[in-house]
Ligand binder design. Structure first.
Ligand SMILES: [Zn+2]
Length: 1069
């Protein structure tokens, strides 16, 4: 107990120390530039925030908007005893417990018979809340715009009319992407009507994110961004803050989303797609309602009240009670004569005086049975489905018939029921009241609800139908998502800094502040849209995928425009000379993506008489040593840094195909030390060596006059090495073997089962264990050796596999870079995976991250089918034993498993010829040439692993992931007669600590018309938990951790923290 309280104090305080440090850093740089100004005021010019108070209070002024959006004060009823409450359970333990058999449960097929006594509600009546909802996918079988035109706008238009007809009617809405589009198209009168519906409580916005996001493949950057975008829109236009989360369709659920909702001020949430065996178990234990707590939480501060829907689906047949045949009769859209009917062949009847008694009793029987699965007398009965309530008649059918049923029930006291329409928050409010909980707090109340930690992957809806296919489906776009995320973040940070910098100069100029803000807003929204559970999941129709891809592609181009125009301002020595000419920009990105479905290409630098300048932007908040790669037209180049010193560089060939080097294009990689924003470069010549082999034998190489070739007589393995690592690559297979830990890289194939139900966009239903990929032709192995990096590129029919080692100081040299370019367009029902085998004795345990935010321990279970043991990998997967940890860090979300001790497997692409019967109606046959990037990291343990329900990456692993996810951004300075005078720009005087991440610095929209930026920005920081059991010695980290500083400021107010700081890992102190 004592320990727990102490941690709380630290946890609350951590945010402050970081902000404090940031101030000092910002102040330092500003001070040096403007020695006469007043200290605090200068700080404010950097972030454009009005600060006129002592530092400890300033901290929160800065975050005014952020605090309002993303945090909630700890409630008064905050009860630390909950940690010790006996109803605390871990999902990993639940999995140990369950047998995962699938017996026929009767009318509730995946459950059991439910019975009750007639007098059970005599003392306390059953309170039923029927919650009308319409699930509007922002793209799936139709594009977002087509759904809006054909369905969504009509639903919302009818809503305004039909809710006003009767004040007892209610409705909930969750996707702000649709709501805001509709809002833009309606007149002020209708807007006022909507505001009245919200005020009266007839309409509730649930969750309020831009979309209802996927929870497996999404990164927390994008999850936060789409939530902020939706909440900001709501605050600006309706002045409301959502209280309750609503997620009926994402294919599995993550505690990261629970955490973000809690920190955004929500008190309750609902989830639906959970493994049927888990639902059944929870129903039998009456634990479908629980406080969801983070694995790493030391007390109860991350708790959120969660309702798990018990049955198969969120449609009406599966929400009124256990028997779908009965419940379907209470979906009045299916009345005879309509377009849809009940598959159980008993149609609904319109409610009349004649049948109301029997109908009400039949429905009440279902309500009572459902109620037996919960601990209170308050019952939730959702009433809706996909794109429901499009036509006025459907509103009448549902609302009029249900009102008659309610009127009958409520006017018969002997039934002991109170039934009504409600919003989802009406339900939770009544639930909290009935248990003695306060309206928003997390105290357990009189009727204690259990506490749960863990996640709800991997989802199965029936039989062995595990939804692990979508962890990888359409991997090209899963990668493109991360490219937009890192560029959007880079643009947001530069944009906010530019606005601050411009204000400091205080004169009118050409910088396109409003235009850039519009580009950022559009990019936030396109990225937000792609987080939808049919977008990043790869489960939309082909043309819908193209629509999403085009949006991502355009937004990548647009945020690059924001980056170059902002960087131009910031690095310009004489700001008076700034001009904005989009058709002829001074800076130009050094790579170009030609189309939404094509891989990016490097631009080629031409040299005439003057040196070429390159501006390099380090978007990370730590100083780093990284490689900058440019393509040039001559190998006779050298690289100088901003102060004219020669920088080490390596010139290599650019390969037109496996063994043909380009004669007129060369690649220059230079090891660049970058502070926080800029360096100026220019390039030089070094010799290096090449060898190309096939089946262990040398083959001829064309056009390699500038480089040496080297020869190897025997078929012995090739070695590449740096001071940290030595890799041995078989010249016969081109694959990695590391002797010290017997690490081996291979590729494997999966087919699909011969049963009726086969793998598709959602489902992974393999035929058997994977078979080793053995190409008919031996691969060509190309070895490059040089002073700065060495690499081995192996070309198979379906994969080009590159292993690269950097010989530079710092994080980059510590891991193996793996790039796989995959092309399976010629295949039929095949999935290709990379398998990494090691001698680590990991047994059945491994670890995958959730949303790049936290790590979830996993256990491979023999009682589950192979496909059930795959989990989403958003940023990393690792396994370990007592002496070492092997991590695979990834630049894109993919499905991963550890099917054998010491083994990791990652599915890289899937091509499936058929639909998997989840409504999509097509296979996955639009595969692209896809580039997957990884880092492989082997770390030695310096202290024993703790057995805990949580795990953390090491600091080195966090940093390596940052490098992978946020590469340096290079911009070429255009060649003009007079080049502008440039100077490095660095807003921070020192690196952030290694465990601190600047998630975003997001300019807030002005309240005025026109859509420009306000004076405020939201700064989102993340303090990462890390495992101290790995030595940081010899890792050449250029930053330190926050440890020690935490204690110095525990006297600061602790009740207004932003909890986006990861409060874990205190055992390091
Ligand atoms: Zn959906």
């Amino acid at each position: 107990m004592k320990l727990s309280r102490q941690f709380t104090v630290f946890g609350s305080a951590i945010f402050c120390v970081v902000v404090f440090s940031l101030y000092l850093m910002l102040d330092h740089i500003d001070h040096s530039k403007n020695p006469n100004g007043e200290r605090i005021q200068k700080v404010s010019t950097v972030l454009r925030l009005s600060i006129h108070c002592v530092v400890s209070r300033c901290v929160f002024t800065v975050f005014r908007l952020l605090v309002r959006e993303l945090t909630a004060q700890l409630p008064d009823g905050f009860n630390k005893m909950m940690f010790f409450f006996s109803g605390f359970f871990q999902m990993l333990d639940v999995y140990d417990l369950l047998s995962f058999d699938n017996p026929d449960g009767g009318v509730w097929k995946q459950g059991f018979d439910i019975s009750y006594q007639d007098n059970e509600w005599d003392n306390e009546p059953l309170q039923v809340f029927v919650v009308p909802h319409s699930h509007n996918d922002p793209g799936w079988l139709k594009t977002f715009d087509d759904y809006y035109r054909d369905q969504t706008q009509h639903i919302l238009n009818n809503m305004v009319v039909k809710l006003h007809e009767d004040s007892r009617r209610k409705m909930i809405w969750s996707e702000i992407s649709y709501f805001s589009k509709w809002w833009d198209n309606i007149d002020e009168q209708k807007r006022d009507a909507v505001r009245r519906l919200i005020e009266s409580g007839q309409l509730e916005v649930a969750t309020g994110g831009w979309v209802m996001p996927d929870e497996a493949n999404t990164h927390y950057f994008a999850l936060i961004d789409q939530l902020v975008e939706g909440h900001q829109w709501l605050e600006r236009n309706l002045g409301v803050k959502p209280k309750t989360g609503w997620a009926v369709d994402p294919f599995g659920h993550t505690p990261t989303q629970a955490y973000l909702l809690r920190q955004a001020g929500l008190s309750n949430m609902l989830i639906q797609r959970v493994h049927y065996s888990v639902k059944k178990h929870f129903a039998s234990q009456k634990t479908l309602e629980f406080f969801w707590r983070q694995n790493w939480d030391q007390d109860s501060s991350s708790d959120i009240l969660c309702h798990m829907m018990p049955f198969y689906s969120y449609d009406v047949p599966h929400t009124c009670g256990p028997d779908p045949k009965i419940c379907c009769q209470f979906d009045f859209k299916r009345l005879p004569g309509g377009r849809i009917s009940c598959p159980w062949r008993i149609p609904p009847q319109a409610i009349t005086d004649n049948n109301v008694q029997e109908r009400a009793q039949t429905l009440l029987d279902q309500y009572r049975k459902k109620s037996k699965l919960f601990r209170t007398n308050v019952l939730l009965a959702p009433l809706g489905d996909d794109f429901r309530y499009t036509e006025a008649v459907e509103w009448d059918q549902q609302f009029e018939n249900y009102q008659k049923l309610f009127d009958y029930m409520n006017s018969h006291p002997e039934l002991h029921v109170q039934a009504q329409f409600g919003t989802i928050s009406d339900y939770f409010e009544a639930l909290r009241k009935s248990t003695g909980m306060d309206p928003v707090g997390m105290n357990v109340g009189q009727l204690a609800l259990p506490v749960l930690s863990g996640d709800f992957f991997t989802y199965a809806d029936r039989d062995d139908h595990y939804w692990s296919g979508y962890f990888t489906s359409r991997p090209f776009y899963k990668r493109l998502d991360r490219v937009l995320e890192s560029h959007l973040r880079a643009a947001e940070v530069l944009y906010s800094l530019t606005l601050a910098n411009i204000q400091k100069y205080g004169q009118p100029n050409d910088y396109p502040a409003v235009d850039n803000y519009k580009l950022l807003t559009e990019a936030r929204r396109n990225l937000g849209l792609f987080q939808h559970h049919d977008a990043i999941t790869g489960t939309g129709k082909d043309w819908v995928v193209v629509d999403y891809g085009t949006r991502l592609f355009h937004s990548i181009l647009n945020v690059k425009r924001v980056i170059v125009s902002s960087a131009h301002w910031l690095v310009l020595k004489d700001k008076q000379t700034y001009y904005h000419d989009p058709s002829n920009p001074v800076l130009q990105m050094d790579d170009v993506q030609p189309a939404q479905d094509a891989l990016p290409r490097k631009i080629i630098f031409e040299f005439f008489t003057v040196p070429r300048l390159l501006v390099v932007y380090n978007p990370t908040e730590q100083a780093r040593m990284s490689m900058v790669t440019v393509y040039v037209t001559t190998p006779k180049v050298r690289v100088l840094n901003a102060v004219g010193h020669v920088v080490r560089a390596q010139v290599s060939a650019v390969w037109n195909d496996v063994s043909h080097a380009a004669a007129d294009v060369f690649q220059v990689r230079s090891a660049t030390s970058v502070h926080h924003i800029t360096a100026l470069l220019w390039v030089y010549y070094l010799r290096k060596r090449y060898m190309i082999l096939q089946d262990g034998r040398q083959i001829s190489i064309s056009e390699l006059e500038h480089f040496q070739q080297f020869y190897q007589q025997d078929a012995a393995p090739v070695h590449i090495e740096n001071p940290h690592l030595k890799l041995s690559i078989s010249t016969a297979t081109g694959l990695l073997e590391v002797r010290s830990h017997l690490i081996k890289v291979e590729f494997v194939w999966y087919g699909t089962t011969s049963n009726k139900d086969k793998s598709g966009a959602y489902l992974f239903l393999p035929d058997k264990e994977a078979t080793i990929y053995s190409p008919s032709q031996p691969p060509v192995v190309r070895v490059t050796k040089g002073p700065l990096f060495s690499e081995v590129t192996t070309t198979f029919t379906h994969i080009t596999h590159t292993l690269r080692l950097y010989n530079i100081q710092g994080v980059e040299g510590q891991s193996v870079e793996i790039c796989n370019t995959v092309d399976i367009r010629g295949e039929t029902n095949h999935e290709i995976a990379m398998r990494i085998t090691s001698d680590l004795n990991s047994k059945d345990r491994f670890f995958t991250d959730l949303n790049g935010y936290q790590v979830q321990p996993r256990k491979t279970l023999a009682k589950l089918p192979l496909q059930a043991n795959f989990y989403p990998m958003t940023s990393m997967v690792y396994l370990q034993d007592s002496s070492a940890r092997l991590s695979l860090l990834t630049a894109q979300s993919l499905g991963a498993a550890s099917l054998k001790s010491g083994q990791l497997e990652v599915i890289m692409d899937r091509r499936l010829n058929q639909d998997d019967n989840r409504g999509l109606g097509q296979g996955v046959l639009d595969n692209k040439i896809t580039a997957n990037s990884f880092r492989l990291l082997l770390e030695k343990r310096s202290s024993a692993e703790e057995s805990a329900p949580y795990s953390y990456p090491s600091i080195l692993s966090h940093m390596s992931y940052m490098y992978l996810n946020h590469p340096l951004i290079s911009m070429a300075v255009s060649q003009r007669s007079e080049s502008p005078s440039l100077t490095p720009y660095s807003p921070l005087s020192a690196s952030f600590p290694c465990d601190m991440h600047l998630v975003n610095l997001r300019a807030i929209q002005s309240k005025e018309e026109g859509g420009g930026p306000s004076e405020q920005a939201a700064l989102i920081l993340h303090r990462k938990g890390f495992d101290c059991g790995f030595s940081n010695r010899n890792t050449a980290l250029l930053c330190t951790t926050t440890r020690g500083k935490v204690k110095q400021i525990t006297r600061l107010p602790t009740h207004r923290h932003t909890s986006l700081i990861y409060r874990g890992s205190y055992h390091c102190y």
